[in-house]
Design a protein around this ligand. Structure first.
Ligand code: HEC
Length: 215
């Protein structure tokens, strides 16, 4: 048995293990990513996080309330514990790591900024995007997109390296002001993030040669 005085340090270890989850989960309330927010997950009915619309039927109809015990079984082998669930995660074989992680999920009310990996994975608030990020025009010519930011700087991408995304949450860009976010480290690929899907094709102009190269 572990005394309660240990909880902080154990939660600290659990926070490290939570690094396996941060690609898909946040501990901030209502911050759903590819998976639902895990804030207050212990004691919550499985498949019931408010405004998370992408649960599998298996999770929605699991008919369980998350407890330290069933979380331990689930996190050991998600696919075996709940066949048909869509969480792409093989499981954690170490009982010790699972225990620390579950203490973290139960006890910690962590500040998301302190979570491991979150400096990379924390989503920027695109409502606050600066002029170097705010896109003013996107033109398409040949096999390339030419993206001009509010600073007047043009960025050219091979069409396969510019990905279009939407973020309709409170952190997404304002309507009509998509944001350019670098992806990867090489600088030749990026995301253009829009407030809504309807904006995308309306925003992209088919112009040859690209603006700035016309004579
Ligand atoms: C690749 C993305 C991904 C990773 C990595 C991942 N999850 Fe998930 N998780 C999901 C998705 C998606 C769901 C919803 C599954 C479904 O509906 O079948 C989910 C569901 C859950 C649930 C059920 C939540 C609820 O509201 O009922 C828990 C608990 C959970 N994950 C914990 C974890 C923990 C802890 C880790 C890290 C050890 C982790 N997950 C890693 C994507 C992921």
């Amino acid at each position: 048995m572990r005394g309660t005085g240990d909880v902080q340090t154990l939660a600290g270890k659990g926070r490290e293990v939570f690094g396996l989850c941060v690609n898909c989960h946040s501990m901030a309330a209502g911050d759903h990513r590819s998976g639902p927010s895990l804030r207050d997950v212990v004691g919550r009915r499985a498949g019931s996080a408010a405004r998370f619309a992408r649960y599998s039927p298996a999770m929605r109809n699991a008919g369980i309330v998350w407890s330290p015990e069933n979380l331990d079984s689930f996190l050991r082998k998600p696919a075996r514990f709940l066949p048909g669930n869509i969480m792409v995660f093989a499981g954690i074989s170490s009982a010790r790591e699972r225990t620390d992680l579950i203490i973290y999920l139960t006890e910690a009310k962590p500040d998301e900024r302190n979570a491991p990996g979150s400096s990379v994975l924390k989503r920027a608030d695109l409502k606050q995007a600066g002029p170097e990020t705010r896109i003013t025009t996107i033109t398409y010519c040949g096999d390339a997109y030419n993206v001009v930011t509010a600073l007047g700087v043009a960025h050219r991408f091979w069409e396969f390296n510019l990905r279009f995304k939407t973020d309709g949450t409170s952190k997404g860009p304002p309507p009509g002001a998509p944001a350019l976010i670098q992806s990867g480290s090489s600088g030749d690929r990026a995301y253009a993030v829009f407030a809504a899907p309807e904006e995308i094709s309306a925003f992209v102009e088919r112009v040859c040669p690209p603006a700035g190269e016309r004579r």
